[in-house]
Design a protein around this ligand. Structure first.
Ligand code: NDP
Length: 394
């Protein structure tokens, strides 16, 4: 029987790699593709849906439905649009799903995927940052296996296979440091969105690339690691490793540090989750360590990259502090992209919103529902917007 699969965010960087792997592993002959989703890139979504004979293709943008219908004309693929249709498509039963929408928009459909009882490959780190406890609770209630599809967390997951969680002393997340790794803060103040988009090692979507430049991406990953692996704040360390070859490490209580190494290619990470618990040959470049010659490590600098310091505050606050952090970060990034605020202002905005809403978020504790998350998300974005207005009016 063919394995039933869905991909949310199929038209994005992770989504396209996932579609490519499905095609490389037999496409529609091997997989019964249930739902593919995208947003603005309707032409690519229709092309993917045809290539994989998907049952349904959904664009998040209700204004693009006619375009999607036209692109799918003559096929048996059903077209749908809008956030509700996205959740409905995600709720269709599957054995394996990829959650790769960018941002908090991935949370509600990701939760629908968590109710399938199959494997949920999670690239949308924001789901764990905003509502990690809700995601874990939902997966546990439905017997869903959550597999990280983020290179650092996949590395930790791979290292922990066959190990006992109680023997972990700490995890060491590696960070490339982004394009401004060695820049002084005063130079970073002038950085433009175009400069921030250029990641030295990974080919990724725009938002995660800029988040890598500010190290907000690493901050999200610190919170994600806590949620995925049940770690205490002091058990998570970030180390700068410019080559992005060691994807992360775990130190055990006997002093051994075990690392996972691989190419900077998301197909390796996605392929691991797709084929788990087996390992299959993947179309990825191989590492030649002798040619590489050296691997460098240095401490991360929370002064020049305040996102890391703020992640520490989120861990200490607990509750829904991650929701506030992520929403404020998304508001800040949106303002930076339209040149309303500067590169360094993004962290100032996030710190301001976290100061305002942190205690309320912390008080949410655990046992919260999606409505509570979305309400706090909206409030954090509102405060972020006010900060930008005040900033612009200066
Ligand atoms: P992209 O920006 O490349 O793709 C995002 C996807 O989400 C696209 O399919 C896009 O559609 C869709 N989308 C955008 N806005 C919405 C919305 N409001 N509602 C529903 N769908 C929407 O992102 P990436 O692939 O880079 O990243 C996806 C997720 O994976 C992020 O959470 C990121 O942090 C994480 N991740 C990414 C990695 C990478 O290498 N790229 C590595 C590890 C994690 P469209 O393009 O059609 O507009």
């Amino acid at each position: 029987m063919r394995r039933r699969v869905s991909i949310l965010g199929a038209t994005g960087s992770v989504g396209q790699n996932t579609v490519g792997l499905l095609l490389a592993q037999g496409g529609a002959e091997t997989y019964q593709v249930v739902a593919l989703t995208g947003s603005g890139n309707v032409a690519l979504l229709a092309e993917q849906a045809r290539a994989l004979s998907a049952e349904v293709a959904v664009t998040a943008d209700p204004g693009r439905l006619a375009e999607l219908e036209a692109a799918l004309a003559g096929s048996a693929i059903r077209a749908a649009a809008g956030p509700a249709a996205l959740v409905e498509a995600a709720a269709r039963p599957v054995d394996w799903a990829m959650s790769a929408i960018v941002g908090a928009a991935g949370l509600a459909p990701g939760l629908a995927l968590a109710r399938h009882g199959g494997v949920l490959a999670l690239a949308n780190k924001e789901s764990m940052v905003c509502a990690g406890e809700l995601m874990r609770r939902t997966c546990a209630a439905h017997g869903t296996r959550l597999l990280p599809a983020d290179s650092e967390h996949s590395a930790i997951f791979q290292v922990l296979r066959g190990e006992s969680a109680g023997e972990v002393e700490r995890v060491i997340l590696t960070a490339s440091g982004g394009p401004f790794r060695d820049w002084p803060a005063r130079r970073m103040a002038e950085v433009t969105p175009k400069q921030a988009r250029a990641h030295p090692n990974w080919d990724m979507g725009e938002r995660i690339s800029i988040d890598s430049a500010t190290m907000f991406n690493k901050a999200l990953e610190v919170i994600e690691a806590r949620e995925l692996f049940g770690l205490r704040p002091e058990q998570i360390e970030v180390v700068v490793h410019p080559q992005s070859v060691v994807h992360s490490m775990v130190e055990f209580r006997d002093g051994s540090i075990v690392a996972q190494l691989g190419p900077s290619d998301m197909r390796a990470v996605i392929g691991f989750a797709l084929n788990w618990p087996e390992r299959r040959a993947l179309p990825v470049p191989r590492l030649d360590l002798a040619r590489l010659g050296r691997l460098d490590f240095s401490p991360a600098d929370p002064e020049r990259f305040p996102a890391l310091r703020l992640a520490g505050q989120v861990l200490e606050l607990g509750g829904l502090a991650g929701t506030v952090f992520n929403a404020a970060k998304e508001a800040a990034l949106g303002a930076f992209l339209i040149h309303a605020i500067g590169f360094l202002d993004m962290a100032v905005l996030v710190e301001h919103v976290l100061e305002s809403l942190g205690p309320e978020a912390a008080a949410c504790g655990s046992g919260y529902d999606l409505d509570a998350v979305m309400a706090l998300d909206a409030e954090a974005r509102r405060l972020g917007g006010l900060w930008v207005e005040a900033f612009s009016g200066k």
